[in-house]
Design a protein around this ligand. Structure first.
Ligand SMILES: Cc1ncc(COP(=O)(O)O)c(C=O)c1O
Length: 377
C-alpha cells in the first residue's frame, strides 16, 4: 500500500528516523553509563518500546494504567507509573502486581503514602513507591529543603503494605529553555537535586536504591549523571518541532507526521485548505513561546521533504489553513485539490494521541507496516 491511497488525516511514522533517534539516545546513555527507562507515553506501542529497550535493563515508564496493562500483556514487567497516585487506581495496580508485574508508583504526600499502605495491606501486597522530587518548580514534588521528604520516607519505610524504593524527578522546566547552555544547566540541577535528596534519605537511615531523572532535553544534554540510576525519556523516539526549536534535534529528525489532503484553495488569501485541523494535529501550540512560532506545524510534501516557510497557520476542528510564513505567494501547482501534504507536529505526544495507529514507512511513500497505539486510561 502507498501513502497516497490511505484515508486522511492519518499518522505516518518514518522507521529509519525512529531507529536513528533511539540509537543516538541509547549511545548517549551508554557513554554516560546510565540505564534508560524509556517512557511509553509517546509511542504507546510495543514494537517501538522493544526497539527503545535495546541494550537497556528492561524497565519502562508509563503515564497511564492502560499503558501498564498493555505493555504488561506484551511481556514487560518492570514499570514505573510516573504520575502521582490516586486512591481509585490502586485496585488495578494491585491486580497487575498479583499477575506478576513489578509496578512502582509515585507520590509526594503523607496522605498518598497512607492510602497506599492501607491498600497494600488490604491486598496482602508490598507496593513499591518513589518519592517525587521538585527540581525546578515545574509541577509537583517535594523540594530538597522540605522536611516532608524525610517524613514521607519514614512513613513509606515503616508502614506495612508499601516499600520506599527511592526518588524520581522530571525537569519539565527544560521545555522552556532558550539556549542549549540553559538545558545543560537544568540537567545538572535535575541530577544534583535528585542525588542530594537520595543522600538526605540515606543520612536518615532510609533506603534509596532508585535515583531516577529525565526529560528528552536533559537526557540529550546532561554531561554527567553521577549518582543517577536511570534516565526516563519518551519524546526523543519521534522528536517534534518543540524539540527542534530547543536545539535538541533537527527538523529532519522528526519521525512522525500527519498526512493530510488538500481540499481547497483560497487564492485571494494565499491559503491552501486541508482536512487536518486541530482534531488531527492537536491544539498544542508549544512553539508559540519559542524563537520561531511554527503555527500548528510545518508543511512537507507527500515524500516528507520540507516546503520552505509553509506552516499550518490556523486550524478549525477538521480544517487546516496552510500559508507562507513570510507572506509569499503559494505555488498552487504543488497543491492540487486532492493531493497530499505531511505536517510535522509541535508536540509528538499530543498529536499522536489523536490516532489509533501508525502507518509505518521506510522513508519512501510505501507503507511497510501498521502499528497500533494504546490511547486512553
Ligand atoms: C514524569 C516524567 N518523566 C519523564 C518524562 C519524559 O519526558 P519527555 O517527554 O521530555 O521525553 C515525562 C514527560 O512528560 C514525565 O512526565
Amino acid at each position: 500500500m502507498d501513502l497516497s491511497t490511505v484515508e486522511t488525516p492519518c499518522l505516518v511514522l518514518d522507521r529509519g528516523k525512529l531507529e536513528k533517534n533511539i540509537a543516538s539516545i541509547n549511545q548517549r546513555m551508554a557513554t554516560l553509563g546510565v540505564n534508560l527507562r524509556p517512557h511509553g507515553k509517546t509511542a504507546k506501542n510495543i514494537d517501538i518500546l522493544k526497539m527503545a529497550l535495546d541494550g537497556q535493563q528492561g524497565g519502562i515508564t508509563v503515564s497511564t494504567l492502560k499503558e501498564a496493562d498493555y505493555y504488561f500483556s506484551h511481556g514487560i514487567t518492570d514499570m514505573v507509573y510516573a504520575v502521582g497516585i490516586a486512591p481509585v487506581k490502586l485496585n488495578r495496580i494491585a491486580g497487575l502486581i498479583k499477575k506478576g508485574a513489578s509496578i512502582t508508583i509515585l507520590l509526594d504526600s503523607i496522605a498518598q503514602a497512607k492510602f497506599v499502605a492501607a491498600k497494600g495491606q488490604e491486598h496482602g501486597l508490598t507496593i513499591p513507591a518513589l518519592i517525587e522530587i521538585d527540581c525546578d518548580g515545574h509541577r509537583s514534588g517535594v523540594t530538597l529543603d522540605d522536611p516532608l521528604l524525610v517524613d514521607i520516607g519514614h512513613v513509606l519505610h515503616r508502614e506495612k503494605g508499601m516499600a520506599l524504593r527511592g526518588v524520581l524527578t522530571h525537569a519539565g522546566g527544560s521545555y522552556q529553555c532558550q539556549t542549549v547552555e540553559a538545558i545543560r544547566a537544568i540537567a545538572e540541577t535535575e541530577r544534583h537535586t535528585a542525588v542530594a535528596c537520595s543522600e538526605v534519605l540515606r543520612q536518615n537511615g532510609l533506603p534509596c536504591p532508585i535515583v531516577s531523572v529525565g526529560s528528552t532535553p536533559t537526557a540529550s544534554y546532561a554531561e554527567d549523571l553521577t549518582g543517577i540510576t536511570e534516565v526516563r525519556a519518551g519524546v526523543y523516539m519521534f522528536y517534534d518541532l518543540v524539540m527542534a526549536g530547543l536545539g535538541v534535534c533537527k527538523e529532519r529528525d522528526i519521525a512522525i507526521s500527519v498526512l493530510a489532503s488538500v481540499i481547497g484553495h483560497q487564492k485571494r488569501k494565499n491559503w491552501v485548505i486541508t482536512d487536518a485541523g486541530w482534531m488531527a494535529l492537536s491544539r498544542d501550540r508549544g512553539t508559540a513561546s519559542q524563537k520561531v512560532d511554527q503555527g500548528y506545524g510545518t508543511v512537507c510534501n507527500l515524500n516528507g521533504d520540507p516546503l520552505d516557510d509553509l506552516i499550518v497557520s490556523a486550524t478549525n476542528q477538521e480544517h487546516g489553513i496552510i500559508s507562507d510564513r513570510s507572506g509569499g505567494a503559494l505555488a498552487w501547482d504543488s497543491f492540487e485539490i486532492g493531493s497530499m501534504v505531511r505536517v510535522l507536529p509541535n508536540h509528538a505526544c499530543a498529536t499522536a494521541a489523536m490516532y489509533d495507529r501508525y502507518y509505518v514507512t521506510d522513508g519512501s511513500t510505501e507503507i511497510s507496516d501498521v502499528w497500533h497505539r494504546v490511547n486512553g486510561w
